[in-house]
Design a binder for this molecule. Sequence first.
Ligand code: PBG
Length: 351
Amino acid sequence: KRVPPKLPDGTPIVPPQDLASRPRRNRRSATVREAFRETILTPANFIYPIFVHDGEDDIPIDSMPGQSRLGWRTGMIDKVREARATGVNQVVVFPKTPDHLKSATAEECFNPNGLAQRSISLLKDTFPDLEVYTDVALDPYNTMGHDGMVRSDGVILNDETVYYLCKQAVSQARAGADVISPSDMMDGRVGAIREALDAEGFTNVAIMSYTAKYNSAYYGPFRDALASAPRPGNEEWRIPKDKAEYQMDPANFRECLREAALDEAEGADIMMVKPAGAYLDIIRALKDSTTLPISAYQVSGEYSMLKAAAAAGYLNERDAVLESLISIKRAGADLTLTYFAVDAAKWLQEA
Ligand code: PBG
């Protein structure tokens, strides 16, 4: 027998409002809420970014608690095995290049025996069905810390850079990469890379373009992790202190549509927005402007902010992280690159 619920003492007696529509009816129970839930997270949509270095031990990254530069032979394989056990089967690999291999023109980026190429091969040999994404840009290999080559007057060279990006992409495809991801924001690089890959027979290797990549302060911890921040210049060689010459102005919206139209025409398979959380309007705009899949990168600074707030006890980590990932997906992201991929996948398993 159901007991009638009690009202708190002092509840005013009022006539019911005459409402045809009461939205709360559709939120009235956990079952109903689950039935009407529009956005459901799944680890199948996550891409886990990993940092690797050319040594054995894993080295924690101070500005990214919980993330390490993984030893490419052991730590990397263990971490990816753990990720796969939670349902995360896509990774993007970022190599930390030792200083002595960096140069002004960054030839190391297409060394067939480079750290990135070795790591990609080892991953594909160990886990043939793992989807391996690569980063294409010169910054981890460039003494000046820019995604492109820097002329003495501070101009970032576009077409010369694209020439090397193509060599880098082809070397990664030779190593076994599934998806090439240019993050450099040079003009024309998607088309040029597509042509270079096809010319070498890699018609099945996909391109995920960083289509709308903003000149963001949120990349700080990543640049610590790879020691890849722009270096100070001097009288003789001016080095721009930020990447505003090629990454997009955070104040701009319409430019993202221009970049998207170009990348689609140049043959991109997936278009990315980066960062994610502060750029949800951009994710939605790209989603509505194309039929290509959209990815979004919850970048290092977004990760570290959430970690710091959780460590201070200001936020519940699990709830805040899952909400951030739901919001990115709701905005239109089909794929999400996130350093929380493995933690989030575990939380989803527990749910
Ligand atoms: C390099 C690159 C960057 C990131 C991904 N690829 C840094 C930058 O553009 O300076 C940032 C990722 C992150 O912050 O998590 N081209």
